[in-house]
Design a protein around this ligand. Structure first.
Ligand SMILES: OC[C@H]1CNC[C@@H](O)[C@@H]1O[C@@H]1O[C@H](CO)[C@@H](O[C@@H]2O[C@H](CO)[C@@H](O)[C@H](O)[C@H]2O)[C@H](O)[C@H]1O
Ligand SMILES: [Ca+2]
Ligand SMILES: [Zn+2]
Length: 536
């Protein structure tokens, strides 16, 4: 049977010498395969085995010698690389993406290369419905738009702080855009995240401790608007429960992590967290809805007990205060979905509880949470076992931001292991996730801009569309397949496609091809974690 090279799916950045190495083909029956070293000598041979659906998988983990090989299967050949540090460059780019998203600062060509731009959105924002203005520039643009939203920012910050806490050494090799960060420079993930922490602090109302939901223009500007040309008035949208709770959690987390590196910032964050927590205990759990005159992203969320759970556990970790524990207990008893999303955040709460000083927590409750964490991973492992590409995903999980759903699940395994909760499936799930993200998927698509033999070239990302640079900003994770076809171009072009193929590399496909800070943030942790487990 002859195969087109387009039916052979590999991790397009390569494989770590000591790691698990697998490729996939679209074929119904097993096929022999050979790996040839430069010069054509066959150095490894095997036969594929059924992976589920129309897919076969070939495993060549036993081949560890670094090199560039030709994989020959079904009469076609594709290059395969095995090398130490195969993911070092992409990790660096995934982290530098946050610097490219910086708002209010000029990105010099010395750091940003051709994607340099002037300062943007430096004007103050008007508090909706009031004459008052607030200066809340800085921080990161959320995604392909220029809005800055507290709730997803909190996830992105938490992920980068957890990445630093769990895997500091792979991240130590990254190089943020130092020229745009103040001195003293911090470990890379903390250096990058500090900008968002400082911006978040500006989103808290000094009077009440409540936190504004977002700052944006009233509507999304046209796609070909450069950052520095987006001059429409900025509006600060009302304080919300979700913003205040996720802010509280992220600030409490930052207060712990930055203490040894930037004690002044840590103490500001601790104080802000306390005031936000006090607001929560007074505030009513009202979901945020966009005001009538505002048409940018809403980040609405009707279930807010998980945000209170996350805030309470993060405050417990920061303060050890038994009053926080009293609030954590009933919330931890609820059957809230253990996720790391922007709306479902309960697993951040469980992680914070398990990272709290043992003396501040109950041993039996810790044991119960470890058990719940383990069974969550068991469920993910069962999904991965049944999935042709070994992913902890069902078809219904391929939604808007499906790459984040997948990365969050891989992140769950890695953070669990960092907390001493081991699972036999961790290494395989994490490797398969990175293989999928970097090209081993039914579209042969590498979902990170600037990387792979088939990278994302046309992301829904205003700076990349508006500039006169051919290639998009590098290191951005695209949202990925979304079987719900939620934009006009996917409805027109992708009707009936299988879930994993409901993606199009087109700038107008905001529901499959946008980028977002909270899609890159789990990718930073997962790739760093894989490097930690393999060898760099
Ligand atoms: O596209 C990324 C963001 C760009 N900035 C504006 C934001 O509003 C936008 O966020 C996305 O906004 C989408 C539309 O509100 C969100 O999509 C929703 O995501 C839900 C799952 O989180 C799905 O169940 C639901 O069908 C889908 O509409 C998605 O999560 C969320 O990441
Ligand atoms: Ca929620
Ligand atoms: Zn800006």
């Amino acid at each position: 049977m002859s195969l087109s090279p387009k039916s052979i799916f590999v991790n397009q950045l390569g494989y770590l010498t000591g790691g698990q190495k697998r490729f996939w083909i679209r074929a119904r029956s097993p096929l022999p395969f050979v790996l040839q070293a430069a010069g054509g000598m066959a150095v490894y041979a095997g036969i594929t085995s059924p992976a589920g659906g129309d897919y076969q998988a070939g495993d060549f983990s036993a081949l560890c010698a670094p090199g560039t090989y030709q994989l020959e299967v079904g009469g076609s050949r594709v290059p395969v690389v095995i090398r130490r540090g195969a993911y070092r460059d992409v990790l660096n780019a995934l982290l530098r993406f946050f610097d490219y998203q910086l708002c209010g600062v000029a990105l010099p060509a010395s750091e940003a290369g051709p994607w340099a731009h002037g300062p943007c959105h430096t004007h103050p924002a008007q508090v909706l419905g009031e004459a008052r203005t607030v200066s809340c520039n800085g921080g990161w643009h959320d995604a392909g738009d220029y809005g800055k939203y507290t709730v997803p920012a909190a996830k992105a910050v938490a992920d980068l702080l957890l990445a630093h806490e769990c895997f500091p050494s792979p991240l130590a090799e990254c190089r943020p855009m130092e020229a745009v960060h103040p001195t003293p420079h911090l470990p890379p993930a903390l250096e990058v995240a500090r900008e968002e922490v400082v911006w978040l602090l500006s989103m808290q109302d000094p009077e009440t401790g409540g936190v504004y939901h977002k700052v944006s223009t009233a509507a999304f500007p046209p796609l070909d608007t450069r950052p520095e040309d987006d001059a429409a008035p900025l509006v600060l949208c009302p304080i919300s429960y979700a913003a205040t709770a996720t802010f509280c959690a992220a600030m409490a987390h930052a207060a712990v992590v930055y203490r040894p590196f930037d004690p002044a910032l840590a103490s500001c964050a601790a104080d802000a967290a306390r005031r936000a927590y006090a607001w929560l205990l007074r505030g009513d759990m009202r979901p945020f809805r966009n005001p009538a005159e505002i048409r940018t992203g809403e980040y609405g969320d009707d279930e807010l007990r998980d945000e209170l759970l996350w805030a309470s556990c993060a405050m417990l970790r920061l303060t050890g205060d038994p009053a926080c524990h009293a609030l954590c207990e009933p919330l931890l008893d609820l059957d809230l979905p253990l996720e790391l999303g922007w709306a479902d955040v309960a697993l951040y709460g469980v992680i914070a509880y398990l990272m709290a000083p043992p003396g501040a927590t109950r041993t039996d409750l810790r044991a119960k949470l470890v058990q719940r964490f383990k069974s969550l991973l068991d469920d993910f492992a069962a999904l991965a076992k049944a999935h042709p590409f070994g992913l902890p995903m069902r078809d219904e999980d391929f939604i808007w931001g499906s790459n984040m759903v997948l990365l969050n699940r891989a992140m769950s395994f890695l953070v669990a292991e960092a907390l001493g909760v081991y699972h036999p499936a961790t290494r395989a799930v994490v490797q398969r996730t990175v293989d999928y993200l970097l090209g081993a998927n039914p579209l042969g698509q590498c979902y990170v801009t600037g990387f792979g033999t088939n990278p994302v070239c046309h992301p829904h990302h205003r700076p990349s569309v508006a500039d006169d640079v051919g290639d998009p900003v590098p290191g951005m994770v695209a949202g990925g397949p979304n079987r719900n076809l939620q934009d006009e171009i996917t409805r027109r072009k992708l009707a009936g496609r299988p879930a994993m193929e409901a993606y199009i590399d087109h700038q107008d496909s905001y529901s499959t091809n946008e980028v977002a800070i909270y899609w890159n943030s789990p990718a930073v942790l997962v790739v760093a974690g894989l490097m930690e487990k393999g060898e760099r």
